[in-house]
Design a binder for this molecule. Structure first.
Ligand code: AG3
Length: 289
């Protein structure tokens, strides 16, 4: 019996029994493993860090796709940066009004190996004619493309290795330039309790670039240690304060089927605990009384 121990943190982590190893090797960019675990189904690991599992991926992908798309209300052009496992493409493609989905992924092998060994993640979404895959570094793509987007989703690894550039001020500035008016950038931003400095750094960088920025959260079992925070950045502060009635109407009209997302949760996800507000520099006494 083999075990996988995640190496993300020095003194704490999670352990999976490897019931079957499906693939394990280096790609040109990183070490990649896909194995089966009885509790979580197939698990994708990059450079020793769990990226996604069959059992709990829906929480992450639904929250990172549907929150900005339904908040925007009329997204036509969507960009996914990273997301080589294909589940973000799958969730975005559920929205019928979207005309073009561009995905920029640095490592073609991630896409190919996940289509082969993790097929329920993309679930055929790469056959959708609206999807255009670009194999490139996310930062250099953002700095060179002339395209504009209504929603940009940074579905990245942690800021270690190939993912580091996607947490830079230069990346956020490039995203802002490539957003249409009323466009929204959302980002994978780590587990707040375990990665507070990553959160604080992103907060500072987003505040330098965007008129309105915040974070929202979701608890995802295999990103251990509490809620994961997602960065939110736009030039329109109203987009994170929509009424429940409006979100319900958009959700119903979209026809999407979800297992985690719903309009009530959409609104609630922006309510952050005091200790997280402190990390991002937004805690104030009015929340305490
Ligand atoms: N990428 C986010 C993995 C983050 C894991 N890190 C952590 N536990 N802080 C997910 C890619 C899914 N498409």
């Amino acid at each position: 019996m083999r075990e996988f121990v995640e190496t993300l943190y020095d003194s704490y982590g999670q352990l999976f029994r490897i019931d079957e190893m499906l693939f394990e090797n280096r790609t040109a960019h990183q070490h990649l493993a896909i194995f089966h675990n009885a509790a979580f189904g197939r698990v994708l690991v990059l450079d020793g860090i769990v990226q996604t599992t069959e059992k709990d991926e829906f929480i992450y992908h639904e929250m990172l796709a549907h929150v900005p798309i339904l908040a925007h209300g009329d997204a036509r052009q969507v960009l996914i940066v990273g997301g080589g496992d294909g589940a973000m493409v799958r969730e975005v493609a559920c929205h019928r009004q979207i005309e073009q989905i561009t995905q920029v992924e640095i490592d073609l092998r991630v896409i190919d190996l996940c289509r082969q060994h993790l097929p329920s993640h993309s679930n055929g979404a790469y056959d959708d004619s609206r999807v255009n895959v670009v194999i490139d570094d996310g930062l250099s793509f953002m700095q060179s493309t002339a395209q504009r987007f209504d929603v940009i989703i940074s579905d990245s690894t942690d800021p270690i290795g190939p993912g580091e550039a996607l947490f830079s001020g230069a990346f956020y500035a490039a995203c802002k330039k490539r957003l249409n008016p009323g466009g929204i950038l959302v980002t994978q931003n780590g587990v707040a309790f375990m990665q507070p400095s990553e959160l604080a750094t992103t907060a500072r960088r987003l505040s330098n670039v965007f008129d309105d920025w915040h974070f929202y959260g979701a608890a995802i079992p295999t990103y251990v240690g509490g809620i994961m925070t997602f960065g939110w950045a736009t030039d329109d502060p109203g987009l994170r304060h929509h009424s429940l009635a409006l979100l319900r109407q958009r959700y119903a009209a979209s026809g999407i089927q979800t297992r985690h997302y719903n309009p009530e949760l959409h609104r609630a996800a922006f309510a952050l605990p005091q200790h997280v507000l402190q990390i991002i520099g937004k805690a104030s006494n009015e929340y305490r009384s």
